[in-house]
Write a protein that binds this ligand. Structure first.
Ligand SMILES: [Zn+2]
Length: 263
């Protein structure tokens, strides 16, 4: 069982562009400002359009400044990144390949709002909603200086033709959702998730030993990371490992029903 739905709405804040999505070199990228009111800082989410006829429609219809609602899904891609690096000591150039995992939102359809609809929408905080059903596929990891968040990956199944595949987005949980996850969730739990997509740019260092002068070279690489900020989470099955323990009232009921049995 799986579900993978993303709804993103806001103002188109850059000209749609076949820029440099390394995972999808021929994709059209649309950047959307999803936080629209003044109380919140700008929040940009970019979406890729992969389907040729949808790309044609997007190029025809979408302009910078338009208000748009995108229906899509999360896709994760493994690819090899090619880096051309130059050693700062000896000037030796090297072509390296590194393994990258990238998470994107694929646009499956879009709607442009009319002038009147957009006027109402402008006052809102935009739209950034995501619904997933999948299996927890990594151990839970506490992150942050105060361990205030929990991070793990979800495997969300999909079918491409006859082939069964999966997308593997990272999920981050704070507050009560973090506590729920730590108490009840473990690897393989089948869960439903409600959240939003957060996007940020991070600078990572790729390092290697120069084959010419044998010194260590560190090259900064800019990565756009997209993760799921989880607001709500629930189990999709009962009786599985990691399932929520019975509430004390349920346990009492069961005990009274079972009076006289071997239990
Ligand atoms: Zn060197």
């Amino acid at each position: 069982m799986s579900l993978n739905r993303v709804l993103v709405g806001g103002r188109v804040c850059a000209e749609p562009d076949f820029k440099t999505n390394e995972a999808f070199p021929s994709a059209l990228e649309i950047q959307i400002q999803t936080r629209l009111n003044k109380k919140h800082p700008d929040e940009i989410v970019s979406v890729v359009v992969l389907d040729d006829s949808l790309i044609d429609r997007a190029l025809d219809e979408i302009e910078i400044g338009d208000f748009i609602i995108i229906l899509g899904r999360i896709v994760t891609t493994d690819f090899e990144r090619t880096l051309l690096t130059e050693c700062p000591c000896c000037g030796d150039t090297k072509i390296s390949k590194t393994h990258c995992e990238q998470t994107d939102i694929e646009c499956e359809n879009f709607t442009l709002l009319t002038w009147k609809q957009a006027d109402d929408f402008k006052e809102s905080v935009g739209l950034n909603k995501l619904f997933l059903v999948g299996n927890v596929c990594t151990p839970l990891k506490m992150i942050g200086a105060t361990k205030n968040a929990v991070k793990f990956k979800l495997a969300v199944n999909k079918r491409i033709g006859k082939e069964k595949k999966a997308d593997f987005p990272f999920l981050i949980c704070y507050g009560p959702v973090r506590d729920f996850a730590l108490n009840y969730i473990q690897q393989r739990s089948l869960i439903s998730v409600e959240g939003s997509v957060v996007q940020r740019d991070i600078r990572q260092n790729y390092s290697y030993i120069c084959p010419n002068c044998h010194r260590k070279v560190a090259v900064p690489v800019l990565n756009t990371v997209r993760e799921v900020n989880v607001y709500g989470m629930d189990f999709m099955t009962t009786g599985e490992p990691g399932d929520r323990p019975m509430q004390s009232s349920e346990r009492e009921n069961q005990n009274s029903e079972n009076t006289g049995s071997d239990l």
